[in-house]
Design a protein around this ligand. Structure first.
Ligand code: GRF
Length: 217
């Protein structure tokens, strides 16, 4: 099978980007990152791209008249390079229609909570403040609206009464690094189909869709 062409959008440290690179290099994911786009010139994700000889662009939103134009510009750069799936790896903006229309159900995001709980910023802090006993992370397809699209994979972690935003974030991040490459792998194997707001996984095994690992510290 041909390698899946990925485009990655990031704003910060890029540890999920790194997990995807690692999965590719380890042969666990039959894909290639064609382009990294950052909206912030200081994003550490750029250093990761340089290290792995991945092309990158810093696109400054202020150079566009409207937000829609900014996203159209990104869509054009991705299309030019033959990108088939767009990965939001800590991209701190709400994606707008021109990019969504260019890649319908071909944009994935990872969110550090069990959606639809705790969408938006600081999902881990929201979980700690609310006092839930279980939280986790979600990979979903992106639609208009914040963290609302169809769920692909979720992974759950326990929350202790002593947890802080930092300790919970660390526990969740370990699972983010597992489920994001995994969701991309399912896509690359043509196993995901969106029906309404539900993602069907062909040849479904329980671990494909929902990982609960209460022993993970
Ligand atoms: C992760 O917690 C992810 O869930 C959220 O943004 C953070 C990005 O971290 N969307 P990194 O840049 O991948 O290290």
């Amino acid at each position: 099978m041909d390698r899946l062409s990925l485009g990655v959008l990031a704003s910060g440290r890029g540890s999920n980007f790194q997990a995807i690179i690692d999965a590719i290099e380890a042969g666990r994911l039959n894909a290639v990152v064609k382009l990294l786009v950052v909206d912030n010139p200081n994003a550490f994700a750029v250093e990761r791209a340089k290290k792995h000889s991945i092309e990158y662009l810093c696109i400054n939103a202020n150079e566009f008249t409207t937000k829609d134009d900014f996203f159209l510009g990104i869509a054009e750069e991705l299309k030019t390079r033959g990108v088939e799936l767009v990965i939001l790896a800590g991209f701190m903006r709400i994606v707008r229609k021109p990019l969504i229309d260019a890649f319908p159900h071909r944009i994935m995001n990872i969110h550090p909570a069990l959606l639809p709980s705790f969408p938006g910023l600081h999902g881990q802090k929201q979980a700690v403040d609310y006092g839930v006993r279980i939280s986790g992370c979600t990979v979903h397809f992106v639609e208009e609206g914040m963290d609302t699209g169809p769920v692909i994979i979720q992974a759950a972690v326990p929350v202790s009464p002593d947890d802080t935003e930092d300790t919970l974030s660390g526990r969740i991040l370990k699972l983010e690094h597992r489920i994001f490459p995994e969701a991309i792998r399912l896509f690359s194997e043509g196993r995901l189909r969106v029906e309404g707001r539900v993602v069907k996984i062909s040849g479904y095994k329980l671990d494909d869709g929902f990982v609960v690992n209460p022993r993970l510290s």
